[in-house]
Ligand binder design. Structure first.
Ligand code: SF4
Length: 356
């Protein structure tokens, strides 16, 4: 008997950059074929932007683009979980809560959507996985076995990132089925260590962030992301002030990471990547910038949207790195009085100065 596997399409967007390793193993163990959308490219951004309202954040526009890309791949189902909360006391932003409805209401001719709620305020993750398994008509025993394997793989994947691998490299190791891989520490003479902090879908999607990590590596900067930090730091809820509590899920993770970096001071600077139009990001950007200033830790926030010019972003980052290297080496910049006519500013001096 020929068994035809169901083809489930997963958009390579939003929480793909966090939970894909978990759902991948779970679904494959249940005999499903996973079809991923292409990596983000200009066509995906353009087409997603045409379907979304102007005011919406770029990650959501991209999500629509990835869904549309999947529609060209002959899929039987579309995988769109409804993420509500994955840590006690925090919630995802409303776009995640309404994601299956927004996709359904925006795009025509969709295959059936596999949606299930992930809400750890109400039920542990394995019960959400159980619900998903039941949608696929699997037995309780099959679901239990698949979930145990998925959790094991997910923990292995996260440990690979804690050991220093990027999202892409850790996923490659996971796909290779080698479970004894130990990342080797590269001995490189780095000029600085900088943390790139932000939502996984901004930090690990190299198209949207203009390949920032690679560009920094080429400048001999040792880059760390929040997934490379110890897992224990994400266990306790963050405290902003006695009267101000954070209740956003993604931002909780970012604040935990930044607090850890502020406490250990094991960093020369922090780059926060945030999305234009993201309310939660703009709030924590202010908080982190204020604290970084008090602690004298260099910090910049890069706001990204589909119109962000590569040259402008890279110039700011280069100036930021330059400033850090000078600070580390105790090189003081002496500003010369402008020798040019009033009204003309030496652009490179102004940009370097702006970072202090
Ligand atoms: S958290 Fe911000 S960037 Fe992410 S989907 Fe919500 S509004 Fe968009």
């Amino acid at each position: 008997m020929i068994v035809i596997k169901k083809r489930i399409g997963i958009p390579r967007s939003l929480l793909y950059y966090k939970y894909f390793p978990l759902w991948k193993t779970f679904l494959e163990e249940l005999g499903v074929e996973i079809v991923l959308s292409d990596r983000t490219n200009s066509k995906i951004i353009d087409i997603g932007g045409r379907y979304a309202i102007d005011e919406i954040c770029i990650p959501l526009k991209l999500y629509y683009g990835h869904v549309l890309n999947l529609l060209e791949k002959n899929i039987d189902y579309l995988f769109v979980p409804r993420y509500v909360s994955t840590t006690i006391g925090t919630y995802f932003c409303p776009k995640f809560l309404g994601l299956p409805d927004m996709v359904r209401g925006t795009i025509d001719n969709l295959p059936p959507i596999i949606e299930f709620e992930v809400n750890m305020q109400k039920r542990p993750m394995y019960l959400s996985a159980y619900k998903l398994g039941k949608v696929l008509h699997k037995s309780t025993w099959q679901i239990k076995k698949a979930y145990e394997k998925a959790i094991k793989d997910y923990k292995y994947f996260r440990q690979l990132m804690v050991d220093g691998l990027s999202f892409k490299k850790a996923l490659n190791v996971l796909n290779s089925k080698n479970r004894n891989f130990k990342p080797k520490k590269k001995i490189i003479d780095y000029v600085a260590k900088i943390a790139i902090i932000g939502h996984g879908y901004n930090v690990h999607d190299s198209f949207i962030n203009m390949n920032l990590i690679n560009k920094l590596n080429k400048m001999k900067v040792n880059v760390v992301t929040l997934e490379n930090l110890p897992l224990e730091i994400f266990k306790n809820q963050t405290v902003i002030t006695n009267t101000l509590e954070n209740y956003w899920g993604n931002e909780e993770e970012i604040l935990s990471a930044v607090n850890y970096l502020f406490e250990t001071k094991d960093i020369d600077g922090i780059i926060f990547i945030c999305s234009f139009c993201c309310g939660p990001d703009s709030l924590i950007d202010e908080i982190m910038a204020r604290d970084a200033k008090k602690l004298k830790i260099p910090y910049i926030g890069l706001v990204l949207d589909e119109h962000s010019g590569q040259a402008g972003v890279i110039t700011r980052v280069e100036a930021f790195v330059d400033m850090i290297v000078r600070k580390k080496n105790n090189i003081r910049i002496i500003y010369k009085k402008p020798t040019m006519p009033i009204g003309i500013i030496n652009k490179s001096e102004k940009e370097v100065g702006a970072e202090f």
